[in-house]
Design a protein. Sequence first.
Length: 156
Amino acid sequence: MSSIFKTNRKMAICVLFLAMFTPLTVTLAATSSSKVKGDYTVYYTAFTSDTLQPSMAKAYNIKRSKNRGLLSISVVKKSLSPMGAPVKAEVKAAATNLTGQLKEIKIREVNDESSVYYLSEFPVAHEEILDFTLEVTPTGEPKPINVKFRQQFYTQ
């Protein structure tokens, strides 16, 4: 099996997880992105929490609001399984807006059956652009995987 197929399959699995959180009407701006380093893939996305299905928000104790952003991160290690194996990690995150104001990003770990996710909620304004910096260190690994991305939020 080609490595492109394996990578696309892992991305599809992550998008399926995110689809549980978001209705089909969510725009492509809220789709998952990923970064591969060695045997690990870090999947990440940020969107407004009002797009969560009410049952999912309740199950994960997330406040649904158009003025609240949600950051979701997961880490998968290559394995014999085509989907890889979810792994725990130490996750640190920071976000700044375009004027340099720092947003507080407190990460919490969510264990769901055989998966592990890292979530954070934070306030956002209409058309606010945030630059995220993630430092993800899989358990047992000495060096972090660093991720930077930009996301614009629409609240109206």
